[in-house]
Design a protein around this ligand. Structure first.
Ligand SMILES: C[S@@+](CC[C@H](N)C(=O)[O-])C[C@H]1O[C@@H](n2cnc3c(N)ncnc32)[C@H](O)[C@@H]1O
Length: 345
């Protein structure tokens, strides 16, 4: 039986090797293991996988066996050789052609987020993001640092969109939004959540306000292939006038910014919002006492290493939103990663 000392050491070991687990997942995605297995008509052995991936036999064998232990692959022995195939998890979330694929967010975590986390101690010491240390770029203009190249921007946008294929409907139905006829998603990236909104509320018109380079990318990347009932407007939500609407969505936007910048943005929205209109804030909300959820606590550290912001408690959101003039603050905890707040002008 496991004693208290055993448990402590097991936990210590699990925590210290946690990054190795992430790296196995990232490497298998980078190498295209799951896509290759999805295309193969039958399970493949190590030699076949290594040949088709252009990888070493030795390294491939080690990686595949860990993937099997992590339930990312299944393994069976047939005629004295191990053969691998995708599990339900990898078929659903890691294969490029799956409608709920999360591959681009994993690649973004692997290529960008992970490198910022390598400087977590420095981030805690300094209280600021780590783009300068991780990539040598100045971090004063947050989204200039985040969008360091066209490829980086596209990967981030694709990654941001992916979560809404899983949680978009839950978030957009947490409250009945059918009474809002014009809905504006501020900082709505590629329009993935806006499209979920438009499909659920077909009588509303849905608009995304984004910075020009994101709108251009969204048009070429996403709208060429998808008939989307959303429109896009180029603009800076801090500097430019906001489009008129009766509902403003802020999904994963407030967590990027300091309290001061959030207050500035919320006051601006309140000023433009039609009377009776409102705001819908979609964020991962901390417990009131900040003791959880662990995922949200980790996201808050992620905001430290990558942005100017943090995840917040219900009281912190209430204070920011009501100080800007909104009333009838309602929070719906979804039980999933993202929670939803509705408040009215
Ligand atoms: C963390 S992302 C969230 C994207 C999207 N709302 C979602 O949840 O998938 C923040 C978004 O805000 C946009 N953004 C940042 N600063 C902005 C500004 N000043 N004006 C308009 N959009 C901005 C970024 O381009 C980015 O797409």
């Amino acid at each position: 039986m496991e004693g208290p000392g055993d448990r402590a050491f097991r936990l210590l070991n699990e925590y210290s090797s946690g990054f190795m687990v992430s790296q196995v997942l990232f490497a298998a995605c980078e190498l295209g293991v799951f896509d290759l297995l999805a295309q193969a008509p039958e399970p493949l052995d190590t030699a076949e996988l290594a040949t088709r991936l252009g990888t070493s036999l030795h390294g491939t064998e080690l990686l595949l066996d860990v993937c099997a232990s992590l339930e990312l692959l299944t393994v069976e022995t047939k005629r004295n050789r191990a053969v691998y195939q995708n599990t339900d998890l990898s078929t659903t979330f890691l294969v490029r052609t799956s409608p709920t694929c999360q591959l681009h967010m994993l690649l973004y975590l692997s290529r960008t987020t992970y490198l910022c986390w390598g400087h977590l101690a420095a981030a805690v010491r300094e209280g600021k993001n780590q783009y300068k240390r991780a990539f040598g770029v100045p971090s004063e203009q947050l989204f200039t640092a985040i969008y360091r190249s066209e490829a980086e921007r596209l990967l981030f946008m694709r990654g941001l969109a992916e979560i809404w294929s899983v949680h978009g409907v839950g978030v957009m139905t947490a409250f009945d939004l059918s009474a809002f006829s014009v809905i504006c998603d501020l900082g709505g990236a590629s329009g993935a959540l806006a499209r979920v909104c438009a499909s659920l509320y077909p009588d509303s018109s849905v608009l995304v306000l984004e910075v020009p380079e994101v709108v251009r990318a969204a048009r070429s990347l996403f709208l060429s292939t998808v008939e989307a009932p959303v429109s896009f407007r180029e603009g800076d939500f801090f500097k430019d006038p906001l489009p008129e609407a009766d509902l403003y969505i802020l999904a994963r936007v407030l967590h990027d910014w300091t309290d001061e910048k959030c207050s500035e943005l919320l006051a601006k929205i309140h000023h433009t919002c039609k009377p009776g209109g409102g705001i819908l804030v979609v964020e991962s909300v901390l417990e009131e006492d900040r003791r959880g959820p662990l995922t949200t606590q980790l996201y808050s550290l992620n905001m430290l290493v990558q942005t100017e912001g943090r995840e917040r408690t219900p009281a912190e959101y209430r204070s920011l939103i009501c100080s800007a003039g909104f009333q009838d603050f309602q929070l719906k905890k979804t039980g999933k990663i993202y929670d939803v707040i509705l408040a009215r002008k």
